[in-house]
Design a protein around this ligand. Structure first.
Ligand SMILES: NC(=O)c1ccc[n+]([C@@H]2O[C@H](COP(=O)([O-])OP(=O)(O)OC[C@H]3O[C@@H](n4cnc5c(N)ncnc54)[C@H](O)[C@@H]3O)[C@@H](O)[C@H]2O)c1
Ligand SMILES: [Zn+2]
Ligand SMILES: [Zn+2]
Length: 368
């Protein structure tokens, strides 16, 4: 079939929205009609050429929500009409990692996904016979996509698409960092560095876990106000004095749980230093630049602080994304403030501009 899609042709150039070919789903694959898709830093990172593992041509986009249009052979868990959220982090439910509760890093399709292929080593998108690769296994800046069944979460049809798509990436990452990775205990003190989608999700996650005090640190007063709306009790300007201020606020000890959601290694270090001696846990969610390292004084670890990394918030997507969306539908999380701009597919490059200007939290592409 023919469809419209935003293609990354050349790194550093705007995406080109055009008509491309999409082939039928094969065994274990599903054809999805997209309704909404968030524009994320990772899309821009690849489009700019900064990502050393990037490839082109490819259809970008990985924060999709939509409806199953058709299924290929051997698909058992999804049927036409089901509402789905796309998962760049799949869940096969069979690999050694999926069977272990300690991680969400499914091993089933990693290698081919990293190369821009579907699990069988080929792609479904093409143009005049030339293959166009699948980005993060999703390619959701398009009217339709074909994805593996194991990379789609079946979610409640009650959830509006423009909110459901937020759960495909940053929001679940932040929520999961607090709920899964840190497993914040009720009554705790938490400090969240960064108030973008991920940090705001972490603030909400800490609140849902019953944290008593949630300090949010950012450079932007507007973003700190959004953090208050998600449950932050204290707002702090980022920068050199942030650790000292958190220590002062906690009787000199530091926070029970700290979260880093900036991608800046200097802030990661601050998040470690702001964690409490004895049991403070620092969860790193931000993605640092290639080759950068985290500088930590080992004495901080000897005296009981721990550091954990968190990919997609430790969320096992097919099981937990539907559950998180149910909590949202129950009124536990207010998502309206996160959707700052609604764009058509033709305006996708405007989404990148808004993000670079830090205008709002998420631009969402809507497909009519
Ligand atoms: N682990 C994962 O699976 C995963 C998933 C999605 C995104 N990420 C990463 O998480 C990070 C955050 O993503 P986002 O979409 O929320 O980004 P974002 O750019 O919207 O938010 C980052 C925030 O950090 C703030 N900040 C910058 N410097 C600061 C400082 N010195 N002190 C305090 N705050 C500071 C910025 O003002 C901004 O509000 C990125 O590195 C992203 O790549 C990780
Ligand atoms: Zn993303
Ligand atoms: Zn698996």
């Amino acid at each position: 079939m023919k469809m419209r899609a935003a293609v990354l042709e050349e790194f550093g150039e705007p995406l080109a929205v055009q008509e491309v070919e999409l082939a039928e789903p094969r065994a274990g694959e599903v054809l999805v009609r997209l309704h909404a898709c968030g524009v994320c830093h990772t899309d821009l990172y690849t489009a700019s050429g900064a990502d050393p593992s990037g490839y082109s041509p490819t259809v970008l986009g990985h924060e999709g929500a939509g409806v199953v249009e058709a299924v290929g052979p051997d698909v058992g868990s999804l049927a036409p009409g089901d509402h789905i959220v796309t998962l760049f982090s799949p869940q096969c439910r069979e690999c050694i990692h999926c069977l272990d509760e300690r991680t969400n890093l499914c091993l089933a399709i990693r290698e081919e996904q990293n190369k821009g292929h579907l699990p069988d080593g080929t792609t479904r998108i093409s143009r005049d016979g030339e293959e166009i690769r699948s980005f993060m296994g999703c390619s959701t800046f398009a009217e339709y996509t074909v994805m593996p069944e194991i990379a789609l979460a079946k979610v409640s049809p009650e959830a509006p698409f423009e909110h459901a798509c937020l759960f495909a990436c940053g929001l679940s990452t932040g929520l999961g960092a607090a709920i899964n990775t840190a497993a914040v205990r009720p009554g705790s003190t938490c400090a969240v560095f960064g108030a973008g989608m991920v940090g705001l999700g972490a603030v909400a996650g800490c609140r849902l876990q019953g944290a008593e005090r949630i300090v949010c640190v950012d450079l932007s007063p507007q973003r700190l106000e959004l953090a208050r709306g998600q449950g932050a009790t204290d707002l702090l300007d980022g920068g050199d004095g942030a650790v000292q201020r958190i220590l002062e606020m906690t009787g000199g000890f530091g926070a029970d749980y700290t979260f880093e959601a900036t991608g800046n290694v200097a802030v990661m270090r601050q998040a470690v230093e702001a964690a409490r001696m004895g049991w403070g846990l620092c969860t790193v969610a931000g993605v640092a630049g290639k080759g950068e390292t985290l500088d930590v004084v080992p004495r901080l670890l000897i005296t009981g602080r721990r550091i954990a990394g968190s990919s997609f918030g430790g969320v096992k997507g097919r099981d937990q994304v539907p559950a998180l969306i149910d909590r949202y539908l129950a009124g536990d999380i207010d998502l309206a403030p996160f959707v700052s701009h609604r764009l058509g597919l033709d305006e996708v490059n405007r989404g990148f501009e808004l993000m670079e200007a830090q205008d709002g939290i998420r631009s969402v592409i809507e497909f009519s």
